[in-house]
Design a protein around this ligand. Sequence first.
Ligand code: B12
Length: 676
Amino acid sequence: MKISLIYPARQMGWWPALGLAYVAAMLEKDGHPVQIVDRNPTLMRGDDVDSYTRRLLGEFKPDMVGITVTTPLLNDAIQALRISKKEIPRAPVVMGGPHVSVLPEDTLHRYPEIDVVVRGEGELTIPEIASGKPLPEILGISYRSNGKTLSNRARPPISNLDDLPFPARHLFDMEFYLRPDNTVIRGIEGIRATHILNSRGCFHKCAFCAGSAVFGRGVRVRSPENIVAEIQHLINDYNIEGLYFAEDVFFTTKERAEALCSAFVETGISKKIIWSGLVRANAAPPELIEMMKDAGCVHVECGFETGSPRLLKLIRKGATVKQGYETARAVHKAGLRLLASTIVGFPTETESEFDATLNFIRDVEPHFVGFNKFVPLPGSQFFNELSSEGKLITDDWEVFHVSGSVPHHEQISYSTMDGPAFFKKFSENATGFIEDLNLAGTIISALETLEEKRYGFNFSPVKLEMFTIEAPDTEKEKYEFCWEKLLTIEKYDESFQAQDVFSKANLSSKVILSLFNNFGVHLMEDFRLRSAASLLHVALKEEEHPLLLANLGVLFFRRREYRQTEEFFASSLARAEHHRKRISRNLANTFLLRGRLKKAKKAYEAIDKDFQCHDGLMGQAVCHILQGDFNHAINCWTRVSEKGNLIVAKQNIKAAQSLITGGGRVIGFKPISQQV
Ligand code: B12
């Protein structure tokens, strides 16, 4: 039997549908010729998706058509269904995927054209349908019979995932999905990457997640050997350079983590590809993160969801805000990229809780943020609760998408904010703060990649410098005593009152200034921005010292609050008699890291003019590198090296030249255009 499998399209996330690829692999194993009709590449290329679908079905003339569907793709799936019915009316249409797995009868009822719905995993069900087995005998399907909609018993989950063939990715246009600008590992540009699943299901019961729609509760894992074999296949056959592990939880247990990571190291996969995986805030101890790093992980995603302790309980996340902070610090200290996945607009969420999530994002300093809006996805506990309480605002599945980019239903808000107010706040942040943050994350990530041994650049000149303030010699002893005391304090948030701790020490204003400034710097180096902010503000009450103001400029840059960044640097420069060049360089570097290259170049030129030095040239060279203009960068570094024996300049010239001779391609870096 010839079978066409259709992947509906929508302007969101360009990944091949592994669900269809697994189903296709099982059908091919039974000898059925299979065609994948993928509407995504055509949509991406701006071609007519429907005539493409019509043409492919017309040429292949399938005996059966299958369509995969997640909730917001249902409309496009129905569009494809109607084309199939018109083009090949004799071919029954089978639908599968998360949406129909949880709403089989609702979907069959709404769309009489659908013949059969496969609920849950389809690998063992579709071959039975294709073999012509009578529908009443097939587990895990819903179908129509004599005008009635019938649902057979559920099919038990597949017990041993190693029995499954690898997904039939060869039926997809993999060059389209592996193209360098397809950011499968968010923020890591310019690599051939795709996704893979090493397990199915999840222990956790987050109320907003529909992950159990298909795989049920509990987790089934593939053996490390089986996963390594698939990765090897992807390296050999598709020359992949990166992988995203897309299952709900990468590491189910510590033992599992050790088994997988050591398998990657022993088989050398850790050296062949870079990868990203999901961790949970309550299950990501530093030693685990270090192990992931040694096994080739460069990027960690974590579902922090919200900065509100109340909402974390309400959504049954099973993790605390404190654990979120600790996980973020562990990822930063391991030198990995952090993607913070967040959701705003939860039922009962207040505006200040929305703000708490924004503040949490600022505090944990992620490289990238997934900023999603709450949607009661079919298959989630919230969907069940809201529909049973008649509080579901709409069942127009078209608007059930979580990401901010696609059209939004302005009236929809389950939070205490009304629809328009929530929509305004959501999109302002999505297109403002979050976009800025992700751009800076992409640039910082690119510079970190280029500084890796394999490329050998040295971008220390564009790193943000922090400044310590000497304590008066006469009070050095008191200073050290208080420093030790500060080290013992666990928490320094807003409630921290300096005088409470040091009331008896009657410290002079000079000592409080240097102590709290320097300890603030120590906390910033330890990725504890929130605590650092408290201490630097204690110091600020003593004196608006130019170096302290410069450190606050760095702090606000790291919180991606750019207006305050520029204000603090400006007032620092306005007061500074010494270190003016270093403070000016910091300000110029923040423009570079924000992707404001034109502004950065101007600032660097001013530094060289004002201070008769070549620091500015060093910065300009990095701007050219970020734009992929290696020759121009080499010119800058050459001019610097002509002015003196500067190791950094020579090192970068060598690195840039070997990059050019090596074809100039950097895995994980895509030149950025000169914004402003
Ligand atoms: C990887 C992934 C993506 C990828 C790829 C999507 C894809 N369709 O493959 C990308 C990034 C593109 C993506 C985007 C989105 N995703 Co997503 N995604 C996932 C994730 C993490 C894994 C999906 C996967 O590969 N599963 C493994 C395969 C083997 O399972 P499967 O796809 O379900 O297929 C099996 C069965 O469903 C069935 N089956 C599926 N299709 C068919 C077709 C036929 C004919 C048959 C017989 C059987 C069958 O058999 C397959 C094999 O067992 C899941 C989480 C999860 N737990 O599933 C979320 C998940 C599927 N995504 C979800 C959502 C909401 C989205 C978005 C809408 C988010 C948004 N931006 O708004 C978009 C939708 C765009 C799209 N293309 O689907 C929800 C879906 C909930 C729902 N009610 O639909 C999930 C469950 C996440 C969640 N936690 O709630 N996603």
